[in-house]
Design a protein around this ligand. Sequence first.
Ligand SMILES: [Zn+2]
Length: 477
Amino acid sequence: MNFILKEESRILLIAVLFGMVWTIGCTSVKEKNNILVLKGATLYNGTGSNAVENSIIVIKNDQIDCVGSDEDCNPPQDATVKDISGKYITPGLIDAHVHFFQTGFFDSRPDAMDLRDTYPMGEVIAYQQQHPQRYYDAYVCSGITGVYDVGGMSWSVPMQISAEKNPQAPHVAAAGPLITPVSGAPFDLPSDKVLVPLNSKESGIQTVQYLSALGATGIKFWQLDADNEDYMERVEAAAQEIEKQGNKMIAHATTLKQAKAALQNGTKLLVHSVQDREIDQEFIDLAKREGTLYNPTLIVGSGYMLAYRAAAGIAPLTVEDPNGCIDPKTNKLLATASQFSDHPTFTKGFKERLKSFDPDSDRVSSTNMKNLKKVYQAGIPIVVGTDAGNPGTLHGISIYEEMEWMQEAGIPPHDLIVMATKNGAMAMERLDDFGTLEQDKLANLIILEEDPAVDISNMRSISHTMIKGEMKKVGGY
Ligand SMILES: [Zn+2]
């Protein structure tokens, strides 16, 4: 056993040296016949009910045929049985806030730092569109079996269908382009766009009709001009059309005033924390009335600071990635970040601010943390979403740190499991298919070495991801 472990670490070392760890870290261990039984693990089924010790799950093709405690299921004789006693199972994780058009660095966010001389926007975005597999692999490698792209170019919407058919991809929900008061975004292309200005009631209604026909899961409003009565009348008209289309409203509304305006118009998913002040009873009442899901995105803001520091040559962007989930192109992009250290973005004052930023103490905003606790105590359903793709917030592995900070805010890890699984599937409108481990649902699950209900950091002890019934070894365990 010892020898095998040593041999494995030797292979891993060689793999790292040759930059190949990514492919090795995600090898598939598909079963020979189509019925697999996992027995002996402690199971959290995602509904929030108590752990099932000594559990059994019977997986037939890509579905859960039976799940329960030892005596609940009678698997057929010829099933492949894996005894995984001592390990832990949860549903596959869901990152309910990602952006496939974004790379994790500034090349896809020229509004934050313009690198278009080095990385032409058209080329960056075309690559993002044509190569989603590297992110699919990063997600599955991190235990994520469903992602919700809550804003991107129109090409993100058909990814819902292509990813569904792809056995190597998580399930994808996508909202597509966003409705906004902002105009002239530098990340729009002549042929496609992320932001659609809400110039009139008619244009808003048409945008809602177009995106709904395209198949968008939700229509997102990116900021609300809450003080502008005329603008809010346009929002109201668009919101009514959303209801007519049987779609749902999503909002990026980061001030209390904006968030309340969004809720008054029927928003079902808030994709960020309320950041400017503590929430009040009116906010809570409105969110409860609408059955709104709350996605705090605690780490994305400081992710920008970390990415700026890397670009300024102050400190490299270091990420914990022991399982080699990050793809080589992203690693290279980050490793060469400091080539921009003389970029005009870095004025003297800004460089000083970046130097004084402390990744430990300044990682999250205290208002966001307080509001998350209040939302939790009020019983508003919460989802886990990272805003992956933004500079400094990488696709896949960012989910661990996001959940760790949510725990730090006061959410018990047992409840966090539900937020990262069932509630995410609810946001994606896919709870009938996955998100919990129950009979007839898709077999999307993860196997862990340590108990995630004791400490959510134990999500990092992942050894396997099962996606659409196919088991993949992902961790170094
Ligand atoms: Zn976002």
